[in-house]
Design a protein around this ligand. Structure first.
Ligand SMILES: *Cc1c(COP(=O)(O)O)cnc(C)c1O
Length: 234
């Protein structure tokens, strides 16, 4: 597929996603500008990020440091905000802190400490979401809901990490509405202690309407924008 055909395809996909967001907002009396659309470009080439940027997309999501770091290094002057949405290892924090504006997947105290040190070394401030695990399935990452207050307190006590809210990846076959409603409750509990931490990162290609209805402020959209991904073997 030529570069122009791909640009046209991405444009069409973006229009479709924007129409879904507009309809979802209208359905529950919310405004589109309450939402940040994050284009999750993992496995797709940096040229697709450039094409999306030309279409006005500014928030880019990635889930592997190696890939994200390379893309961010190629596009340092593009004015993009890089969101790290994948499971993060302590030994990747130094790298992630160089380019990430936001990390959506902070789920343990050791990670808070490592990311805070890395942000300090990079002389940057990073927005942090506490990732919540709603069903005890370890492969997607996330902290149990009961642990959110302690993690949030630790994040808020640092000068380099800015506690912005909560995130979840719902179980694949779960009822997304029930999952996002629970996340909304966890968010409300968090805001009693940290009123500024009002962001809710929830909603992917298949369930963005449900997420918007449940109060999401950040939707992370891959497939609906970029197309299907090959199965990644790691
Ligand atoms: C890949 C990914 C997404 C995007 O998923 P789609 O179903 O392709 O929209 C969102 N969030 C996280 C954490 C991801 O890893």
């Amino acid at each position: 597929m030529g570069a122009d055909a791909r640009a046209i395809e991405l444009r069409r996909n973006l229009l479709t996603v924007e129409a879904r967001l507009a309809q979802a907002c209208a359905g529950v009396g919310r405004r589109r500008d309450e939402l940040t659309l994050i284009a999750v470009t993992k496995t797709f080439p940096v040229d697709d990020v450039v094409r999306l940027a030309r279409l006005g997309v500014r928030d880019i999501g990635e889930n592997r440091d190696q890939e994200a770091a390379a893309k961010a290094a190629d596009l340092t002057d593009a004015g993009l905000r890089w969101h790290f949405v994948g499971q993060l290892q302590v030994n990747k924090c130094r790298s992630v802190a160089q380019y990430a504006s936001a990390v959506h997947s902070v789920d343990r105290l050791r990670l808070v400490d490592a990311l805070a040190r890395a942000a300090d070394a990079a002389d940057r401030v990073i927005d942090v979401f506490v990732q919540v695990d709603l069903d005890g399935e370890p492969t997607r990452g996330g902290a149990p809901a009961a642990f959110v207050p302690e993690l949030a307190g630790r994040i808020a006590s640092t000068s380099r990490l800015h506690l912005v809210g909560v995130m979840t990846v719902p179980p694949l076959h779960a009822d997304a509405r029930a999952a996002f409603d629970r996340l909304a409750t966890i968010s409300a509990d968090l805001r009693r202690e940290h009123p500024e931490a009002a962001a809710i990162s929830a909603g992917m290609s298949r369930d963005l309407e449900v997420a918007v209805a449940a109060g999401a402020t950040h939707v992370r959209i891959g497939t609906a924008l970029l197309g299907g991904r090959p199965r990644v073997v790691r």
